[in-house]
Design a protein. Structure first.
Length: 137
């Protein structure tokens, strides 16, 4: 078994861009920014906007890493259809996001509202990206 698979690097880049754009939309004022910021105690001011740039850069790099790892999981599992991509995306979400994030949030005394906002983003993102990577070789 090959440990590293060969990928369509354009598919990885597009997947990372999808996650990045989805994140920008998800955490925008049009969707969940107000509630997310309130849950974290973040005030809307110019100083916070400057500090967002490193986070946005890190987000894209981490989205690229996530796409690379997810492509490996899909490849090792032999997933080549949208339906199976959705299934793997949901499994990855449950096992690698929901399980650790929920327990960590409980320990940190964070609200379920904050968990739902963040979990919703990863649910949608993992389904989209797993589906795309499953079929775009």
């Amino acid at each position: 078994m090959h440990h590293l698979l060969h990928f369509n690097y354009l598919a990885l880049l597009v997947s990372a861009l999808i996650l990045w754009v989805l994140g920008a939309a998800w955490y925008s004022p049009a969707l969940f920014a107000k509630h997310w910021m309130a849950e974290l105690g973040i005030r809307k001011d110019a100083a916070n906007r400057k500090s967002m740039v490193p986070g946005m850069i890190a987000s894209f790099i981490c989205d690229l890493i996530l796409a690379f790892v997810l492509a490996h999981v899909l490849g090792w599992a032999g997933v080549t259809t949208v339906g199976r991509g959705v299934f793997v995306g949901i499994l990855m979400w449950m096992g690698f996001f929901v399980a650790p994030a929920l327990s960590q949030g409980i320990y940190e005394n964070r609200s379920l509202k904050l968990f739902a906002i963040n979990a919703g983003y990863w649910f949608v993102g993992l389904i989209i990206v797993a589906s795309l990577l499953a079929v775009w070789h």
